[in-house]
Ligand binder design. Structure first.
Ligand SMILES: Cc1cc2nc3c(=O)[nH]c(=O)nc-3n(C[C@H](O)[C@H](O)[C@H](O)COP(=O)(O)OP(=O)(O)OC[C@H]3O[C@@H](n4cnc5c(N)ncnc54)[C@H](O)[C@@H]3O)c2cc1C
Ligand code: FES
Ligand code: FES
Length: 1352
């Protein structure tokens, strides 16, 4: 079959939100997300990553299945869904679910009212995942709910409030809803809500919620039903600019097509082909979509198993296997169970709903979770090509070790036969991934053993591994050798040794990652050994002893359960007017719009006439001279308008905020991978990106290339100034101490991973060089300043507007200024509006993030744990330009004491100049790193003295009015209160005892607990950086328009400002509107950073309102019974100005670095967190069991917002300290470029029990209404999880007699945990020739002592 003679392209017919769409020019390369956003102007569905990894683009797809006469609803990622695959489908987007214009849906309402949205960028995706679940299950179980959200990421909330909203729909939640006394009727006996005093614990009221009424939902379009029932199915052709899509209806036709186009992929879910085409430059001119062919959708039970069509979705397979397991005897379903085990955590639900069974197998990705288990289980593939059908074992395709064997390009996979297990046959599957759910595996395995009847003699053994190599591999030799052997410890020992010998992994010896993968390979086999041993015992307890009881728990994988949570805050005084909203848990002012998708972000702005899209061309070298830039090919691409370089910058291409410049376009030299060299502007983002890829840059590599802190030290490459703080006499103090510990710790960087990538739209206004800039930034004034300087115009021509920001966390300040300048220069040159929206990949590659740290410390202490001397050096990887790195280093020094009084202290901070993208501000600003160093030496001292870490903490904590190491006064009363309350609320000591007991009873699983105090100084150490300004207008109808200098990026600042204005003007919040932050209304506003936004702008809003009220006072006094509107009308008549500015001049903060003293902070926040974890010693996996946080945040203006900030920051901290790992090539190119490689916390990572209490009563004389700025402080408390993990590892090491002192770096990943839980398996990997080791099932066996001696 040739394309030329084929039928004309079809019209693509589908429905979106009940509206019929007929697309005459359907382009196979067009994904639904772009189509919705650009073509249909439905911008509620968001772009977060484009690769299926974040869930921001979730929509619901509904299809009618004529055979069953049923409608199937499923969630899907619109970013990977080709529109051509939607023929006959109905799409529901967030706009179709509900809107403020018609009716908001209960899901939208509850997410908003439960405070489940902060920046709101993830919210439409969350709504769609929950909504789809409810369409299928109006009363879901909490497991279903949790599973439905596994594919949705949120960077702001920490998920707890989202889950609170979800719980209100769950079956189990039909209960008291934890109304007043802090205890839910469904809670367990020993839960965290026990003994809670009578305090407010509910941040929302369920009484307000509309009930869920399934009859109100959009119906499936009857026309699509008729089409599916009556229209004869015919082949569909869609032709785009470059690609043709063919969707055949019969197997014969498909085989003909495959014979004609052997290279054309079959596209079902597009979750493999799509990312390859998008991110890896793969191009396919023809795509064949076989999903409609019945043969590929079969489900058939045969005598020996189950045959499933290759096009069946993974979700369908999951359901089928679940049913089969319930139906058939256990003995027959062991293969099904093992496959199901992998399916549970494979991708998110959106991926599983579209990804096909056959696609996972045939794409033969090394990371396939299914291939190892299916291959080990003797699954058969039913293949077909024109005129031929055959059946092969799946394992055959991996026989060549690279997975290329056997299947010819003309062949297609029709179905897969999954056999029943037999008597005496056991099958298991294992995986370990950087995150438990929705993450590709580091290593996985499928294993099967069949015993000679009635014995433990191995008849067949099959072991397959994935993830570790470039393809699924079989340990064939090992299996052959072991056939005929008894299932005992000798066999286990030999099996591990043989596997390690047979499966060689690329990478140098000692490469930690390789060692980890090898350790996993043998650990998985050990786990299989335990499982089978236990099963043998169940079969025949007399013959087979099974496994020791303390080993049993490792056979249970960690499960994600619906977390329990509680939030305790101080209620307002009963005397407070009910109309006064201050101190109440008021919903985020935009929450409903977030949930309906009506909240507008930069890329949601409608296109401006003639608008161009900009794609950046970035450096692929870390340090090189630019020899030439060839744009000729790029300029030939259709739709390309121009290429913009440094030569097009009318004025400043460089900004000198310090000695080294910040650069817009690289001119002669590049200094990091990802630096912008030039940019292409074109009529569409697709064309701009295609052209950008065609710009050729010739480089001449320059030396040195410095990437790490160690290399920077070697080359003496630093940004100035270096900073030092000193108090007491450190050298003398070291002379008198009982003990000294010295150590080093590395803390990795962190990407901001705001859900809305860097976004801006520059619109030249055509006269007087005026330009409007719509930017996602925390600092409009700096955008204005930089753009004006780059264009060579006064700042008064540049108007910067910010409605809201989809998450920022410090990452949208100076770096955004450079990007905005790129867009503005392009707009200036072309006289067109220019839109620059970074793809997630570009965002991660171009922008830096949190500074990696390396610290060296020497700490002197007495035998009772008193620290008397500290000498520490902090090295900060600043990247290639200074940005704010010196300030970060300074803050890290100023906050390094955390909660402790250290009488003699000397610390240095050096900012390393390297060839990485410039690192920048990030929530916590250096404190999360230096605080972790401090807590690390605390635990070192505990190890050394044998005292508990909490004892060392208590001993050294600030106790009375004291001075910090830079001579600022400090009253630590509330620190001690937080600590004591946290100790009490977490029941620390009784849980410590319970954990010790647990650890005694469990050998391969251990628990750990840690409690960490925190002092978080508030301030920016420079007075003029904390100015606040506001502008308040009252209109003659009484409505109020409020604006101020702060930026809404999820922290609820506008909500709080409206609360303040409402109190001051004594009018309801509903009368007050906030429109946007703009340089036209509030000039020179300081950045919304350092938790200071509410403090400083709140003061200014109060000031403006008081000015207005003062003007109104005479009128009010004259007519005290009048209404607000009466007074305003009267004021207008009397020519009283109804507009006022408000101003706050900032705090008197200063720091004299010469003297090493000052008052850089205005006040202190305090807190403490206690976390408990459980680790799996065989894999390094862990689960966060419980966290209790107590925080002193003064008098909260809005407890819902503030608790949201604490929880969100805490979970981000957990990300930094335990999972977010950046990886670079040796040439400085970032590998971890999206959510598939870079793992931020997901729903599965939050503590199973999560309690946050606000300390009461607590006052703060320095900030508005005695509140405290709370945006950042909670972040550091995430390290309580790090130290709980350390505690668990310590438990393992103590039990095994391993060295007591050990060093852990951050992030404390599964890899590190596993390496530090040294055992026979890690030892085997490190010393494969050490044949003296014999594995034993029994922990008392001498082998455990043997390898401990061998440890380095
Ligand atoms: C965000 C994300 C997370 C993921 N997480 C995991 C994970 O944790 N574990 C895991 O194992 N996988 C994971 N995957 C991979 C996913 O499971 C596979 O991409 C998917 O199963 C492939 O199916 P598909 O229908 O989407 O394939 P498509 O992309 O449509 O096609 C894949 C390939 O298979 C071929 N093919 C498909 N069907 C046939 C057939 N019948 N006959 C012959 N060739 C065929 C095609 O030619 C093509 O080359 C993830 C993917 C994404 C995007
Ligand atoms: S944008 Fe589609 S999953 Fe991230
Ligand atoms: S609210 Fe979820 S990403 Fe901001």
């Amino acid at each position: 079959m040739a394309l030329q003679g084929a039928a004309a392209a079809e019209e693509l017919v589908f429905y979106v939100n009940g509206r019929k769409i007929i697309e005459k020019n359907a382009d196979p390369e067009q994904m639904l997300l772009a189509y919705l956003r650009k073509r249909l102007c439905l911008t509620g569905t968001k772009y977060g990553c484009g690769g299926g990894g974040c869930g921001a683009c979730t929509v619901m797809i509904s299809i009618y299945e004529p055979a069953s006469k049923k409608i199937r609803h499923y969630s899907a990622n619109a970013c990977l869904l080709p529109i051509c695959s939607l023929y006959g489908a109905a799409v529901t987007t967030v706009e179709g679910v509900g809107s403020t214009k018609s009716r908001i849906h209960p899901v939208q309402e509850r997410l908003a009212k439960c405070h489940g949205s902060q920046c709101g960028f993830c919210t439409p995706g969350m709504v769609m995942s929950i909504y789809t679940l409810l369409r299928n299950h109006p009363e879901p179980t909490s497991e279903q709910m949790i599973a439905a959200l596994a594919g949705n990421l949120c960077r702001c909330t920490g998920y707890r409030p989202i889950l609170d909203a979800c719980k209100t729909f769950c079956k189990e939640s039909i209960c008291c809803q934890r109304k007043t006394n802090g205890k839910c009727c469904l809670d367990q006996e020993d839960d965290l809500f026990d003994n809670e005093e009578e305090v407010p614990t509910s941040l929302f009221s369920t009484d307000e919620f509309q009930p869920l009424d399934p009859t109100q939902e959009l119906i499936f379009p009857p026309e699509l039903m008729r089409m599916a029932e009556n229209q004869p199915k015919q082949t569909l052709f869609f032709r785009g600019e470059r690609v043709t899509w063919i969707s055949p209806v019969s197997l014969v036709e498909l085989l003909d097509l495959k014979a004609a186009y052997p290279k054309a992929p079959l596209v079902v879910g597009n979750t493999s082909v799509g990312p390859d085409m998008k991110f890896r430059g793969v191009f396919h001119p023809v795509l064949i979509a076989p999903a409609r062919i019945p043969d590929l959708n079969v489900l058939k039970y045969t005598n020996d198993g189950l045959t499933l069509g290759a096009a069946c979705s993974l979700s369908l397979v999951k359901d089928i296997l679940t049913n089969a397991i319930a139906e058939f005897p256990e003995e027959k379903t062991r293969v099904f169970c093992a496959v199901l085990q992998q399916l549970r955590t494979l991708g998110g639900e959106q991926i599983r709903n579209v990804a096909s069974f056959g696609g996972n197998i045939i794409s033969r990705k090394p990371t396939s979770d299914l291939n190892p288990v299916l291959a080990a289980s003797n699954c058969m593939l039913n293949l077909a090509s024109r005129g031929q059908r055959r059946q092969i074992l799946l394992s055959d395709i991996f026989a060549d070790g690279v997975g290329n064997n056997t299947i010819t390009p003309e062949e297609i996979l029709v179905s897969i036969h999954v056999p029943y297990s037999r008597k005496g046959e056991y099958v298991s599957a294992f995986r370990q991934a950087p995150r438990r759910e929705n993450a590709l595996p580091i290593t996985n395995a499928g294993m099967r053993v069949l015993f000679e009847e009635g014995t433990d003699v191995i008849k067949e053994l099959s072991i397959f591994y994935g993830g570790a190599l470039s393809a699924t591999v079989c340990a064939k030799q090992t299996c052959c050798t072991l056939t005929g052997r008894h299932w005992n410890e000798q066999m286990l020992d030999e099996a591990c040794r043989l596997v390690l010998k047979e499966i060689t992994l690329p990478g140098s010896a000692g490469d930690e990652n390789v060692d980890y993968k090898k350790t996993l390979m043998v650990s998985f086999f050990y786990r299989f050994f335990l499982e089978v041993s236990q099963s043998l015992k169940t079969m025949n307890p007399c013959h087979y002893p099974g496994i020791p009881v303390e080993y049993g728990s490792v056979l249970q994988d960690f499960k994600t359960r619906m977390p329990q949570s509680i939030q305790i805050y101080q209620d307002v005084e009963p005397s407070q007017s009910p109309q006064d909203p201050v101190g109440r848990p008021v919903m985020h002012q935009s929450a409903i719009k977030h949930a309906t998708g009506e909240a507008v972000y930069i890329d949601d702005l409608p296109s401006v006439d003639g608008e161009l899209f900009l794609a950046a061309v970035t450096s692929s070298r870390a340090h090189a001279k630019i020899v030439s830039i060839d744009t000729s090919e790029a300029l030939k691409v259709a739709g390309v308008f121009d290429v913009i370089t440094a030569h097009d910058v009318p004025a400043a291409n460089e900004f000198h905020f310090s000695d080294d410049p910040e650069i817009i376009f690289a001119r002669n030299e590049v200094i990091c991978v990802g630096q912008i060299v030039c940019a292409v502007v074109a009529d569409s983002d697709v064309h701009a990106k295609q052209a950008a890829a065609k710009v050729k840059i010739e480089y001449e590599v320059l030396e040195p290339v410095i990437l790490t802190i160690e290399e920077a030290i070697k080359h003496n490459s630093f940004f100035e100034p270096k900073r030092k703080l000193e108090q007491g006499n450190v050298d003398e103090a070291f002379e008198t101490v009982d003990n000294i510990v010295e150590g080093e710790i590395c803390i990795g960087g962190q990407k901001h991973f705001y859900m809305e990538t860097q976004s801006m739209l520059a619109v030249p206004k055509g006269e007087d060089k005026e330009m409007d800039l719509y930017v996602s930034t925390q600092h409009p004034a700096i955008i204005q300043e930089m753009v004006a300087a780059s264009l060579g115009v006064p700042a008064n021509r540049i108007m910067c507007h910010v409605k809201r920001v989809g998450g920022a966390f410090g990452g949208k300040i100076l770096r955004t200024g450079l990007l905005a300048s790129v867009a503005a220069v392009a707009a200036n040159k072309t006289s067109r509006a220019v839109r620059l929206i970074l793809s997630r990949e570009d965002d991660m590659v171009i922008l830096g993030g949190r500074h990696p740290f390396m610290a060296k410390y020497k700490v002197g202490f007495m035998n009772d744990g008193r620290i008397t001397a500290v000498d520490a050096k902090y090295y900060v990887n600043g990247g290639c330009t200074p940005d704010e790195s010196v300030l970060v280093a300074e803050i890290s020094l100023l906050k390094m004491d955390n909660a402790y009084k250290i009488p003699n202290l000397r610390c240095w901070a050096y900012v390393c100049k390297t060839n990485l993208p410039s690192n920048t501000a990030f929530r916590g600003f250096g404190f999360p790193q230096s605080g972790l160093v401090t807590e690390t030496w605390i635990t070192d001292i505990a190890d050394k003295t044998g005292l508990s870490p909490e004892k060392i903490r208590e001993t050294n904590m600030y106790k009375k009015n004291e001075q910090t190491h830079f001579k600022q006064k400090l009253d630590p009363q509330n620190l001690i209160r937080c600590w004591n309350e946290c100790m009490e609320k977490s029941a620390y000591y009784s849980r410590r005892t319970a954990i010790n007991e647990f650890n005694k009873q469990n050998y391969w699983k251990k628990r750990g607990i840690a409690i960490v105090p925190m002092k978080f100084p508030f301030g920016l150490s420079t007075p003029y950086l904390s100015q606040g300004a506001a502008l308040v207008h009252i209109y003659t109808d009484g409505s109020v328009l409020l604006t101020h200098g702060g930026i809404e990026m999820g922290q609820g600042i506008h909500t709080k400002m409206i609360q303040i204005a409402s109190r001051e003007l004594n009018i309801p919040m509903s009368c007050i509107h906030f429109c946007e932050t703009s340089t036209t209304t509030v000039p020179n506003a300081c950045a919304s950073v350092g938790s200071a936004g509410t403090d400083v702008n709140g003061m200014a809003v109060k000031d403006a309102c008081q000015t207005l009220l003062k003007r109104l006072q005479p009128i009010i006094e004259k007519n005290p019974t009048g209404t607000w509107n009466d007074w305003i009308r009267e004021a207008f008549k009397q020519s009283v100005s109804l507009s006022a500015t408000g101003y706050f001049r900032g705090y008197n903060e200063y720091m004299d670095w010469e003297k090493g003293e000052g008052q850089p902070f205005t006040y202190f926040l305090f807190g403490a967190a206690c976390s408990e974890v459980e680790i799996n010693c065989l894999t390094g996996d862990h689960k966060n069991l419980r966290t209790d946080i107590v925080m002193d945040i003064g008098c909260s203006i809005n407890p819902a917002v503030d608790i949201g900030q604490i929880e969100g920051a805490f979970v981000q901290g957990v990300g930094l300290y335990t999972m977010e790992e950046l990886k670079y090539s040796s040439e400085g190119a970032l590998y971890t470029r999206g959510p598939d490689q870079y793992k931020i916390p997901a729903v599965c990572d939050i503590p199973e029990q999560f309690s946050v209490s606000l300390l009461s009563p607590s006052q703060n004389p320095y900030a508005i209404y005695a509140s405290k700025g709370i945006g950042e402080a909670g972040f550091f408390l995430g390290c309580s999880v790090f130290f709980a993990l350390r505690d668990a590892v310590t438990g393992v090491r103590n039990e095994r007699g391993l060295k007591k002192t050990f060093a852990l770096n951050s992030p404390l990943t599964a890899e590190q945990i596993r390496a530090n839980c040294a055992d026979a398996f890690t030892q085997m990997v490190l010393c494969p020739t050490d044949c003296m080791l014999a594995l034993s099932l029994h922990s008392s066996s001498p082998c455990y002592a043997q390898y401990s001696l061998g440890e380095k």
